[in-house]
Design a protein around this ligand. Structure first.
Ligand code: COA
Length: 170
């Protein structure tokens, strides 16, 4: 589709968009995504409806971000991802707009910490930095330099130690 001249807008995700969002993720990450630690953390768990957004041009989804509740040694936190923007419209600020809306919503909520697995050079602009090596582990292999966090409550990271786990049956 030609999105060159069309404005996009950011909206809360709704259930009818689920299949299209799964397809975006499949296109971006391929079948290997299911083996990734960040995906394992979310497997079979419903993401947080109030923290998950889509970028739309008309009815077409051109980007998506989700957040999901997790536990880290008995303390609840959030994991952000996947963040995906379709290839034809990258570098136009759509990823940033999705991140800003999702993090703004998270800051207005009750959680203290968001983690993600991603590249610090991209996510630093949204307040993410590396978790000290070994402080938070994932349920599978992950490059420690890519385990990032953003404190929603200043000073909260020090309370989180251990392995991040799925919350089943939320
Ligand atoms: C990462 C992604 C969501 C960014 O979306 P986007 O709409 O292009 O992002 P923005 O427009 O906000 O920012 C683009 C800028 O970030 C930079 N950027 C993108 N990915 C980056 C990365 N991994 N590391 C460092 N910089 C990155 C781009 O080079 C661009 O820089 P520029 O503005 O100087 O051209 C998108 O590239 C994507 O969907 N990638 C595939 C899926 C993926 O890797 N998701 C993240 C996994 S955790």
């Amino acid at each position: 589709m030609n999105t060159q001249s069309k404005e996009y807008s950011i909206h809360l995700e709704n259930e009818s968009q689920d299949a299209a969002i799964e397809q975006l993720s499949a296109n971006a990450f391929g079948p290997g995504r299911f083996a990734k630690s960040a995906f394992r953390l979310r497997e079979g768990v419903t993401h947080e409806a109030g923290l998950s957004f889509v970028a739309l041009v008309g009815d077409e989804i051109i980007g998506s971000v989700r957040q999901t509740r997790i536990m880290i040694d008995g303390l609840e936190a959030l994991v952000l991802g996947p963040l995906v923007v379709v290839p034809g419209v990258k570098s136009r600020g759509i990823g940033a707009a999705l991140m800003e809306r999702s993090m703004e919503a998270a800051k207005a909520g009750t959680h203290a910490l968001v983690i993600l697995v991603g590249d610090e050079p991209y996510y630093a602009r949204f307040g993410f930095s590396q978790v000290p090596r070994g402080q938070i582990n994932l349920p599978g292999p992950a490059d420690p330099a890519r385990i990032l966090c953003c404190e929603l409550v200043p000073g909260s990271l020090q309370k989180y130690h251990g392995t991040a786990e799925r919350i089943i049956g939320n």
